[in-house]
Ligand binder design. Structure first.
Ligand SMILES: [Zn+2]
Length: 265
């Protein structure tokens, strides 16, 4: 999404902004957000963890789309059904409109000054696709915990970017039981987990995200990763590797975990 919206935003000035609901705001009020956005210039748009980060004059405007949110650019007036779920709308001096759209409003919006941003950035773990994240650093960050490997893999303070879908998929491909304590995962299994986590995230980015309910890319197209899912949303279906019926549980982290009890040890 960031890749798609960046060209239309960088160098542009926001001439007006509106917000339909305040339940998506974290640590900022509607008047302060709209006052900060209006008249501000967009200097850059980047991604950190699961957030789109819009660099403004004195602030970072941080958007976490969650599972159903989209960051979109329109160079035409919005159709009624597009405007209906537009939570934030920002008109640019180019005439285009930047829209945060979220049907279920699971996403969140944050506004931080530079110091607040640095503190927040420091609290997040390394990026899985950072070339500097070696197998050794990956293992050193995750292994010290006795919690279930799935929970540890999704802990954004230890490693960012791995949500429920990708955790399910990576643990299946690595052949690791999602409930196994991280501290008891063996050397060979860590190497497989490192490799598959990075491979799956890269494949998802290349395929423009996972099609899940209302997911759309920054240009409004559906993502197409769903075709390649091995376990997610396949509870009760045969394992693609061994044919065993896939199991589902909410016991690990209250989210759905789908796994093969034969392939994952
Ligand atoms: Zn299997």
């Amino acid at each position: 999404m960031v890749r798609d919206i960046r060209p239309a935003l960088v160098g542009r000035r926001i001439v007006s902004a509106s917000l339909s609901h305040t339940d998506v705001l974290r640590g900022v009020t509607r008047p302060r957000l709209l006052r900060t956005l209006t008249g501000a210039t967009v200097h850059d748009v980047t991604r950190r963890a699961k957030h789109g980060v819009i660099h403004l004059d004195q602030h970072r405007f941080i958007l976490q789309p969650g599972m159903t949110g989209n960051l979109l650019i329109y160079d035409r007036p919005l159709a009624p059904e597009e405007a209906r779920y537009a939570v934030l709308r920002a008109r640019l001096d180019s005439g285009a409109e930047f829209v945060f759209r979220d049907i279920r409003r699971i996403g969140t919006l944050l506004l931080l000054d530079e110091r607040g941003w640095r503190r927040y950035d420091d609290s997040l773990g390394p990026e899985p696709l950072d070339p500097g994240l070696t197998l050794e650093r990956f293992v050193a960050g995750l292994r010290p915990s006795r919690a279930a490997i799935k929970k540890v893999l999704m802990d954004q303070r230890r490693l960012v970017g791995v949500g429920n879908i990708y955790a399910n998929e990576a643990l299946f491909c690595a052949g690791i039981d999602p409930s196994k304590p991280a501290s008891r995962v063996g050397e060979a299994a860590w190497a497989r987990l490192y490799q598959h986590t990075r491979r799956i995230l890269q494949a998802a980015i290349d395929a423009e995200g996972t099609t899940f309910r209302d997911y759309r890319t920054g240009t409004g197209q559906p993502g197409n990763f769903q075709l390649e899912l091995m376990v997610y949303e396949r509870e009760g279906e045969p394992c693609r590797r061994c044919g065993t019926r896939l199991s589902g549980t909410h016991a690990i982290d209250a989210r759905i975990t789908v796994f093969c009890h034969r392939c994952q040890r």
